[in-house]
Design a protein around this ligand. Structure first.
Ligand SMILES: [Zn+2]
Length: 1095
């Protein structure tokens, strides 16, 4: 990494740096992040080259020297700085809440356990019994996947999924039955495929092929299946290391591989290659298996599979097939990036650099642009004109994770305190001071990099410029030299012009029959007793500033007074759920350490109080309403933790009915399954957002609970939804408790507003994520944690300039968990281009997929699924066709040419298309689909990457002593060896697949049983055995879990067992039972679509 920047003066940064909240806490519950010691902050050196060589840890922090509050004569922050939504807050947070607090209708004295609780006055009473109730300089080296038309086998059927190569590559999985259930006409007879392969294999090892290929530095030819032994016929080495760019057509007119450097006639080598050494390696031209003459070369793909849920008719035309080993492999791309880019830090000093992939471990050095952990873009070089953008159809979007957790080695954003004057901003567009602002007139004024407005520099902020026009203090100030930093907000940025109170957490527990019966309530109460000691803290605070409160409910609500002065907690019942109010103010929200005894007593008693309940009905909206009113009364922001079991059918606002109807699937009305059944929750969510009330929902359903409706409030308030279907303590407690611990402890900002500003020429036009918007620019978030992302799409509104590039500034105003009002700023500069090739060379497919999945998942609310799928396919085809037409060298139409950095677009897109939301299998419930839909909405790029293309790790191939994660294999059944054991994970699910011929010693070591047949299918915990293999596998499982934001429950699956169907669902390169195409088939289909566009 060579960043040519001159060494600046190296004064340390100003104020003492608060430790990033995510890493200072004592650990609890085994959270990986929280166990890290406080991050030592190195002195900030600015973008000096030496910076890269010095490990951050070794740097000592110098005393504060800058950033001191300027005189208060500074210009006051503009009133608008506070964002529009606070006007609303003025109205809603007034004193009127006190009035409400005095109303006690419908409350009831607590007493007779079995008496129905209805409209009696609420009375404070001593506690008693309860009531019932995922490039090459694209030398245009695109990839060519030629029709790879096979010599027509005697009979029809699409050839694909080379059974033979499977067997030969990884040793033996029988193919029988694998494709048995596929729709007729799509599944080739196995024997044929094998026969075909038999012919092909020798061709693949043709010398011309091998010699024409120059192995990239990253490692020489690799076997497609890294785990398999080399077998005869495999010697060819499969596709070269860095992905076959060309799976060249065997057609006679095709140039021999290697000469097919489809170098684009136009574009010279990319300007950015010096910064992207890794990519250069991949720019080899064409290669790929050489094949014999293909009689059918060049013909369209008559046998293209269908892409709907309906199988196509049998294909009469000669089948053609692609060798799966010759088409772009996600595993290869990931491995190459790791090898090429995982060794050096990613330094953000240069505009428009494409960061390493999300699957690569790398460190980031902030030298003026936000870390890719905070912002990732679909492209780092955007077209100058909207015409170009329209032509390419590449969406311009940024996936922003404003409060992203950082690895311990990276410093969290510095906090800048400009005192009473507040942060310096542009007078016109309100953009915050940042490294791209241009100081002029000797430093007395600055020109805004976003809107070009000339602003005066306030006297206290004045500084001289050096001979290059840079302020001499630039490297003393985070806001002048870093991509990410924070400002302390002044009172002008606070609701009602008042600094906020510390936030509160309210635990709201369903105590209806189902919750009690499953043991949930007892488990939860027991856990809370200790978990409350680990609420989020800030800086070096000894204890959390967050106050807590407790509510239990079934069809009525029970509030608890846990004031420290009480000997015992007191319960108050509110049965008038139609007009919810909070029956007590004092004693409801308390400090944990002060009220510890009373809280412990309460948590001890709750499970017993409701032990005999027969109440099965529950309310839901009133519970949220109550929590929100309590926060309002306490004049603070906060989070509600709801633990809920059933469809809220009790008579109350937000009452729901069971409207699940599987018959709607594949009809125009399918969209209704994703829409909330009442608008009540939207209204409620709006109120919550105004109060800064974030709602996290833990669901424990035994049947349909209408997740689509229940998740509306969490979704709009920046909350999270967790779902544990058919919860049983013995099976699910580990997962639930792990999620709960993480959720309670995680760093979160409250009452937040996010605004994304852009330089002239583009603007943010669309947003995706868990938030609420009352206007077109401000993203309102009642809460925002380190896991949540907001995806923003940009469109042109003017012409961009190659020289000045394009700038983004994301400003997040939020209240920290200690009650401090802050602004977090992330800046990112992108390049702009007049050549389409530059666009295609700087795209990031993983981010594109993240955006496209979110767009599609939102689309299902309004459009038939088929239309949504078709739109995705069309857009993808247009993107690739535009590349082919404008960037790739002329070549035969029979070749599929993909831009290097988009070569995985088809495979990943196919995964999105056949996901449960867009093409559900028979076993997927409506609730599961709604759940996943809402999860994906807030996922970051790493999460969508593994979610759509799961990781499949062979466990016994690598040496037992190896401590590194085994290299993954492609998610296809043909990659499985029946003599091995694999882990598969997608961020939500975790499977351990055991091959039927696995060695007895392995079985014994992992399961402590003597044979394969004795392994319990469906097992969720591996026995703790004292042998290297057992320890290694369990450690790997722990490590995978630690990488994900949700606990993945393990499911042991035996080959050929019933449960295997569940597992196969995640082998995404294969055809799916729900009609989803195999990767090979989809690639052929995509090629056909592209050819149609080009013809
Ligand atoms: Zn401006």
């Amino acid at each position: 990494m060579n960043v040519n920047q001159s060494a600046p003066p190296v004064p340390p940064f100003g104020q003492p740096q608060p430790i990033y909240p995510g890493y200072h806490q004592s650990s609890y519950g085994g959270q990986p992040g929280s166990t890290a010691p406080p991050t030592p902050y190195g002195a900030y050196n600015g973008p000096v080259p030496g910076y890269q060589q010095t490990p951050p840890q070794g740097m000592s922090r110098a005393p504060p020297s800058s950033g001191a509050p300027p005189p208060s004569t500074a210009q006051a922050p503009c009133g608008q700085a506070t964002y529009g939504q606070f006007g609303q807050g003025d109205v809603q947070n007034g004193p009127s809440s006190t009035v409400q607090m005095q109303r006690l209708p419908g409350s009831q004295p607590f007493g007779s356990p079995l008496a129905p609780v209805v409209s009696q006055p609420a009375v404070l009473q001593p506690y008693g019994p309860p009531p019932t109730s995922a490039q090459v300089t694209t030398q245009l080296a695109g990839m060519q996947i030629s029709g790879a038309v096979a010599p027509a086998p005697p009979t029809s059927g699409l050839g694909y999924g080379p059974p033979t190569s499977l067997a030969s590559a990884s040793g033996s999985l029988p193919n029988s039955g694998l494709y048995g259930s596929y729709p007729q006409g799509q599944a080739p007879p196995i024997g044929q495929a094998q026969g075909y392969l038999g012919v092909q294999t020798p061709q693949r090892s043709a010398p011309s092929q091998a010699s024409s290929f120059t192995p990239p530095a990253s490692g020489g030819p690799r076997m497609p299946s890294v785990t398999g032994p080399l077998l005869p016929g495999q010697g060819f080495g499969g596709p070269p290391v860095s992905q076959p760019n060309h799976v060249s057509s065997p057609s006679p007119q095709a140039l021999p591989p290697g000469t097919q450097m489809t170098g684009p006639p136009g574009p010279p080598p990319p300007m950015h290659s010096p910064q992207q050494p890794g990519y250069q390696l991949q720019q080899n031209g064409s290669f790929g298996p050489a094949r014999g003459p293909q009689p059918n070369y060049g013909s369209p793909y008559p046998g293209a599979p269908t892409f709907g849920s309906q199988p196509g008719p049998p294909q009469p035309l000669p089948p053609k097939r692609l060798d799966p080993d010759a088409i772009p492999s996600p595993i290869q791309v990931i491995e190459d990036d790791r090898n090429n880019r995982g060794t050096e830090p990613f330094v953000t000093g240069v505009r428009g650099q494409v960061p390493p992939l999300v699957t690569t471990n790398f460190l980031v050095k902030d030298q003026g642009n936000a870390s890719p952990r905070y912002i990732r873009c679909t492209s780092y070089n955007i077209p100058c004109t909207s015409d170009m953008a329209k032509q390419a159809q590449v969406p311009l979007a940024a996936v922003i994770k404003p409060l992203a957790r950082l690895p311990p080695e990276e410093a969290s954003p510095y906090v800048v305190d400009h005192g009473e004057s507040g942060p310096l901003r542009c007078n016109r567009c309100k953009a915050y001071m940042c490294p791209f602002m241009q100081f002029i007139e000797g430093g007395r004024r600055f020109q805004c990099c976003f809107c070009s407005c000339i602003n005066d520099v306030p006297p206290q902020y004045f500084q001289h410029l050096d001979h290059t026009g840079k302020r001499v203090d630039a490297y003393d100030r985070p806001e002048l030299s870093l991509g990410s930093y924070e400002f302390l907000a002044t009172v002008d940025y606070c609701k009602n012009n008042k600094f906020p109170s510390p936030p509160a957490f309210i635990f709201m527990i369903d105590v209806s029959y189902n919750a009690i019966r499953t043991g949930l309530v007892r488990l939860l109460c027991e856990e809370l007793k200790s978990l409350l000691d680990f609420l989020p803290r800030e800086g070096g605070a000894e204890e959390s500033a967050i106050r807590v409160g407790f509510v239990t409910y079934n069809k009525v609500l029970h509030f608890y007074n846990v004031k420290s002065s009480l000997a015992q907690p007191q319960m108050m019942v509110v049965s008038d759920v139609a007009d919810m109010f909070v029956p007590l103010l004092d004693g409801f929200l308390v400090n944990v350490s002060e009220s510890r005894a009373v809280i412990t007593s309460l948590l001890d008693q709750i499970p017993d109080m409701f032990a005999d309940t027969r109440e099965t009905e529950t309310v839901f909206a009133p519970v949220i309403q109550a929590g929100m009113e309590a926060l309002k009364a306490a004049e603070c922001a906060g989070k509600l933790f709801l633990f809920h079991t059933s469809l809220p059918m009790a008579e109350a606002p937000g009452k729901l009915k069971n409207r699940d109807d599987r018959k709607l699937i594949n009809t125009d009305k399918e969209k209704t399954l994703f829409q909330p059944q009442t608008g009540a929750y939207q209204t409620l969510a709006k109120e919550c957002v105004a109060q800064g009330c974030c709602v996290d929902l833990f669901l424990f359903p035994n049947q349909y609970v209408d997740v689509a409706t229940l998740s509306v409030v969490p979704q709009l308030t920046g909350g999270s939804v967790y779902k544990y279907a058919c919860f049983q303590v013995e099976n699910d407690q580990e997962r639930f408790l792990s999620d709960l611990r993480r959720d309670v402890q995680k760093v979160i900002g409250f009452d937040a507003v996010m605004r994304v500003r852009t330089s002239t020429g583009i603007r943010a036009v669309d947003f995706f994520g868990a938030f609420y918007m009352s206007n077109t620019t401000d993203v309102e978030l009642a809460g925002l944690d380190g896991d949540k992302t907001v995806t923003v799409e940009f469109k042109h509104d003017d012409r961009l300039n190659e020289e000045s590039g394009a700038l983004l500034q994301c400003a997040l105003l939020y209240t920290s968990c200690a009650g401090q009002r802050r602004l977090r700023i992330h800046n990112l500069a992108l390049n702009c281009c007049t050549q389409l090739a530059d666009l295609y060379r700087n795209c990031e497919t993983d981010t594109l997929i993240n955006y496209m999945a979110k767009l599609a998942y939102r689309g299902v609310l309004n459009s038939p699924l088929k239309a949504v799928r078709d739109t995705l396919i069309t857009q993808c085809a247009q993107i690739l066709a535009c590349y082919r037409k404008n960037c790739a060298s002329p070549s035969s139409a029979g070749q599929l040419i993909l831009p290097e950095c988009m070569k995985l677009l088809p495979v990943y897109l196919n995964c999105v298309l056949k996901s449960d939301v867009l093409q559900p299998g028979a076993e997927v419930t409506t609730d599961d689909r709604a759940y996943v839909r809402q999860l994906v909405t807030s996922m970051d790029v790493a999460e969508t990457n593994v979610f759509f293309y799961p990781r499949l790790l062979p466990l016994t191939k690598s040496p037992i002593e190896s401590t590194t994660e085994p290299p993954a294999v492609r998610a296809s059944e043909e990659r499985l060896s029946n003599g091995d054991v694999y882990l598969l994970e997608n961020g939500l699910n975790l499977f351990l697949w055991v091959g039927a011929s696995v060695q007895q010693g392995v079985v014994q070591s992992l399961f402590s049983v003597s044979s394969f047949s004795q392994i319990t299918s469906g097992l969720s915990v591996l026995p703790v055995l004292d042998n290297p293999l057992s320890k290694k596998v369990r450690d790997l499982i722990d490590s995978l879990r630690a990488q994900r934001s949700r606990y993945m429950k393990l499911i042991v699956v035996k080959q050929e067992d019933k449960l295997e169907m569940l597992f196969k669902h995640f082998l995404v390169e294969d055809k799916s039972l729900s009609g989803g195409a195999s990767y090979v088939d989809f690639l052929c289909h995509m090629h056909k679509e592209i050819r149609q566009l080009l013809s």
